[in-house]
Design a protein around this ligand. Structure first.
Ligand code: AMP
Length: 504
């Protein structure tokens, strides 16, 4: 049997081949019937550039239908896709190229010349691709014989390398196999109840597990169309929502929709499911969205290394602030730092094992010993607690835990209190170096325009609810918290910026 993910996806193309696969607000539409030929043409061009099974292709292009076709063509060849965010600087880009050692690099034509230079320097073959099917790659594809085979691969063969957000140390490439992607896609397609007639609204970036794998695989396994937006824009999303039945987004999409004046209940009338993930969805946002639209956002939890791990149920209770239950066939446990499983109700490190789990970090076999337990569980680095029914709540990243004067403080507990205060929209609590306490707590709060309360007001309010050692020494007001493309608060940036904020 050929375990190539492309074969699985192709087997799910709709019977009505002229049905749309991707439609853009600009009026472009690609039917499923075009997929076979277009990916075969691209595969032919990539083979011409020297790409073969097991070789890496780095993709540094803007979101476009072609980016998905390129991904599918790489799958067909049994090669390995390495998608990157075009926001990386030339210096960062060089790091990824040196690490991934690609055979082929596909670039946006108007990238910085330094970025083009960096790609040339690796000795890789390069080609360009823009968002309107222009560039040297489509030209080559038209001039080359299509390659209409699907390379036979095993379940354990690598299909993609995703560089983790790398909030500490250097980014590491998580190797995901055809088996990982297929099992996770099939599980999500099932538990989220994809059905005939579904249309997916896709406003996510496609260099990340959420937009590239979760969204695209669910739509394709269902033979469904994707309304494919170049990026998230609240006006565009509001405009497209009536044509869709499912939307996937990161939490900031939902809070920004709520602030958008044209967004209302009637825009959501045809939607059956709003899904959120990649960063914590504040219960306040969940509640406000429910009040305004009647929809209960389904929150799920996952990571580059393991795809999706847990999800709130489609048919059971979707509880704000929790990420629900492990997906079928995925085992999750909460352990102490030494890997000893903890009783239910205790906070510890979430460990995970299953067909979703990646094959290790690219070029770093030594990390297999430090990141995995002897019995194969991966140490996620997230702190979590499981209740008696097995429902999971994520408490934050292990490395964000603050130890002040010997006391452990989970930032989330303090952030939850801060977010309850009038005028506070969101908050981040970090630890900064302190001569006596080792670390001291600092809170950053962001409010609606100038409505965030003052430092003393906040401290007094927190003291009513929290033990003294959990009350931050400083409260700093910001217009907005720094976030990455997936809406994750960049605590490492905050720690650097505010390292000296406590003087005594
Ligand atoms: P990435 O590899 O970029 O997808 O980042 C994965 C990390 O995002 C996880 O390890 C979590 O720390 C965080 N994350 C993803 N989904 C959630 C969620 N629903 N709630 C809280 N944190 C999340």
């Amino acid at each position: 049997m050929n375990h190539n993910l492309f074969s699985l996806l192709r087997a799910r193309f709709p019977e009505e081949r002229e049905a749309p696969f991707i439609s853009t607000p600009g009026g472009r539409s690609l039917p499923y019937s075009a997929l076979d030929e277009l990916t075969a043409r691209l595969a032919g061009a990539l083979r011409q550039l020297g790409l073969a099974r097991g070789e890496r292709l780095v993709m540094l292009i803007d979101k476009s239908p072609e980016a998905i076709l390129l991904y599918l063509a790489v799958l067909r060849l049994g090669a390995i896709l390495v998608p990157l965010n075009t926001a990386y600087t030339a210096r960062e880009f060089r790091y990824f190229l040196n690490d991934a050692q690609p055979k082929v690099v596909i670039l946006r034509p108007d990238l910085d010349p330094e970025q083009h230079e960096a790609a040339q320097d690796t000795g890789a073959r390069t080609a360009t691709l823009d968002t309107c099917n222009g560039g040297s790659l489509p030209k080559l594809a038209m001039a080359t014989h299509p390659l209409d085979t699907v390379e036979p691969v095993n379940k354990d063969d690598i299909a993609a390398i995703l560089y983790t957000s790398g909030t500490t140390g250097q980014p590491k490439g998580a190797m995901l196999t055809h088996g990982n992607l297929a099992s996770n896609g099939l599980a999500l397609h099932r538990i989220w109840g994809f059905r005939p007639g579904d249309v997916l609204l896709h406003p996510l970036p496609v260099f990340h597990v959420h937009g590239l794998f979760v969204a695209v695989h669910c739509a394709m396994l269902n033979g469904s169309p994707m309304l494919y937006l170049p990026k998230f824009d609240p006006a565009l999303v509001t405009d497209q929502l009536p044509q869709a039945t499912v939307m996937m987004g990161v939490p900031t999409f939902y809070s920004r929709l709520l602030e958008h004046e044209a967004f209302n209940r009637s825009a959501c009338e045809n939607i059956r499911l709003f899904i959120s993930g990649s960063a914590p969805l504040l219960p306040q946002t969940w509640e406000a969205f429910h009040r305004q639209t009647g929809h209960k956002i389904l929150e799920r939890y996952g990571m580059s290394e393991a795809g999706m791990i847990a999800s709130n149920p489609l048919d059971g209770d979707r509880l704000p602030g929790t990420v629900g239950f492990p997906l079928p066939e995925i085992k999750v446990r909460v352990s102490d730092r030494n890997g000893k499983p903890l009783p239910r109700g205790e906070t510890g490190v979430l460990e995970v094992k299953g067909p979703n789990l990646f094959a290790g970090y690219w070029g770093k076999p030594e990390m297999n010993a430090t990141e995995f337990r002897a019995d194969g569980f991966f140490i996620s680095g997230d702190l979590a607690v499981m209740n008696d029914n097995g429902r999971i709540t994520i408490v934050g990243r292990d490395r964000d835990l603050v130890i002040t004067g010997g006391f452990n403080v989970y930032p989330k507990e303090v952030e939850d209190c801060l977010n309850q205060l009038p005028g506070v929209k969101e908050s981040a609590v970090i630890g900064v170096p302190h001569p006596d306490f080792g670390e001291a707590l600092v809170a950053l709060i962001a409010g609606e325009k100038n409505t965030a309360p003052g430092e003393q007001t906040v401290i007094t309010a927190l003291k009513r609810n929290l033990a003294g050692f959990k009350v931050p020494r400083r409260i700093i007001r910001l217009d907005a918290l720094p976030k990455n493309a997936m809406g994750k608060v960049q605590k490492n940036t905050l720690r650097e910026t505010y390292a000296d904020v406590i003087k005594d």
